[in-house]
Write a protein that binds this ligand. Structure first.
Ligand code: HAM
Length: 428
């Protein structure tokens, strides 16, 4: 019989590694949650047109990488390639922006899908944590988001990453710059696909990684030299606020990002140990997106951080996360009566907040103790007929090897205090 594998460009998350992913997701989201961002969850698919209009019809994400399909009912849908368009759609649909409390601050975490050529750090199914602040134009908000992302990476112990920062101007100053850039690019020796790109999205040409193209870009006009006064002042303020917050950044006039909705502030966190797929996360301001998807004018800013790449970066820097063991107590019953008694104790322990597991399947002492050791539990709770006759179980500290009888009705309180004591001591 044939067997099955995860589809190309995807992988499964399994214990024990999956615990790290969960911890990374939580750590990346925590700073945003501490800053008043509320949790939002949207469907895994949306109308294709939302992404075509929002992310941009000329982007690779939309033209090449979207999992688009027609449903049996004739709806044109796509698996979400990113979160911003969906989150804004959801906020507009629920009229959150009319509740009189702008910006609407939302965070999310979930799966995204892009039909890309798979390689290390680039998958067809990947996971992001994102944050969006909808409906306010305030450089402090741009700075807040950058600081929150940086706090997330730093809290995990990451060090070798850099923050790239740029401004893409606004609807006032970008059109004139765009024309200027087009004029410059049209005079270059470029292939047909790139020539087409000059007409649709000339800024993306600046981002072309090919040496042959980059060589010709010396002397190209840069947006930062053509910002209007408002954009220049705004960007200067964001830079100042980041400096005050002691967030190191590099000005990168060529940072354009792969999605079309950006205006003014754009940023990317890159990790130098990750090779070609170096972006750990990125984002920026998208003041025109709401109108592009049929909403009112709602200047907004946000980011999405890649969970998969953050885990790779932790590996690269050899950072070990301080993860709690999956269980603290492992119960080893010897005989039928002990199984009944310890099963109740385990249930009680769990209800009291102690993580506990049980030797299922009627294992013998040796096998069960092996499982206890493998589980990572600090304590084994062992009981046989003789123990039960005395109403006790043997509590064994699996680190020190010490063992002592404990009255069955004191097991929970004893373990709770010993586990608290251990945690407090370890934290000191
Ligand atoms: P993005 O730069 O396309 O931005 O994606 C954000 C992050 O998701 C990337 O920096 C990367 O870490 C991760 N990522 C993207 N594609 C893949 C992939 N194929 N495999 C693994 N990881 C990947 C956005 O998605 C915007 N929605 C960010 C944003 C929010 N801008 C404003 N608000």
């Amino acid at each position: 019989m044939r067997t099955f594998q995860a589809p190309k460009g995807t992988y499964d998350l399994l214990p024990p590694d999956s615990a790290r992913y969960l911890a990374v997701r939580e750590a990346l989201a925590l700073p945003a949650r501490r800053a008043g961002y509320g949790y939002v969850e949207t469907p895994g698919f949306e109308e294709v047109e939302l992404f075509a209009r929002g992310v941009g019809e000329s982007t690779d994400v939309v033209t090449k990488e979207m999992y688009a399909f027609t449903t049996k009912g004739g709806d044109e849908l796509a698996l979400r390639p990113e979160g911003t368009a969906s989150v804004l759609r959801a906020a507009l649909e629920a009229n959150l922006h009319k509740a009189g409390n702008l910006p609407v601050k939302l965070w999310y975490s979930g799966s995204y899908y892009r039909y890309e050529r798979p390689q290390k750090g680039r998958y067809r199914h990947f996971s992001q944590v994102g944050a969006e602040a909808i409906g306010a134009e305030d450089p402090h908000l741009d700075a807040e988001l950058v600081i929150l992302a940086d706090d997330g990476f730093r809290s995990l112990g990451l060090r070798d990453y850099r923050l790239l920062l740029n401004s893409l101007g606004d609807r006032k100053c970008r059109p004139a710059y765009r024309e200027l850039l087009q004029e410059f690019l049209r005079a270059l020796d470029l292939d047909e696909a790139t020539r087409d790109r000059i007409e649709i999205n000339p800024l993306r040409v600046l981002d072309d990684k090919r040496e042959s193209v980059q060589k010709q870009l010396t002397g190209a006009p840069m947006m930062r030299d053509h910002l209007c006064q408002e954009c220049r002042d705004y960007h200067e303020r964001v830079r100042e606020l980041l400096t005050i917050a002691e967030i190191p950044f590099e000005d990168d006039p060529k940072l354009v990002r792969g999605l079309d909705y950006y205006t003014r502030t754009t940023f990317e966190f890159v990790h130098d140990g990750l090779g070609a797929q170096s972006a750990l996360g990125g984002g920026g301001r998208y003041d025109g997106l709401s109108e592009m998807i049929g909403g009112p004018e709602l200047p907004s800013v946000g980011w999405a951080l890649g969970v998969d790449r953050t885990v790779l970066a932790l590996d690269e820097e050899d950072v070990r996360l301080d993860l709690a063991p999956p269980v603290q107590v492992y119960a080893v019953p010897l005989g039928e009566e002990a199984r009944r008694a310890l099963f109740s104790v385990v249930t009680e322990l769990r209800r009291a907040g102690v993580t506990a597991d049980f030797a299922f399947g009627g294992k013998g002492l040796k096998n069960a103790m092996k499982s206890a050791n493998r589980s990572g539990a600090r304590f084994a709770l062992v009981a046989g007929e003789r123990d039960l006759a005395e109403n006790v179980a043997q509590l064994k500290d699996l680190e020190s090897g010490e063992q002592a009888p404990v009255a069955l009705d004191e097991v929970v309180s004893r373990l709770r205090s010993r586990l608290t004591l251990t945690t407090v001591r370890e934290a000191q």
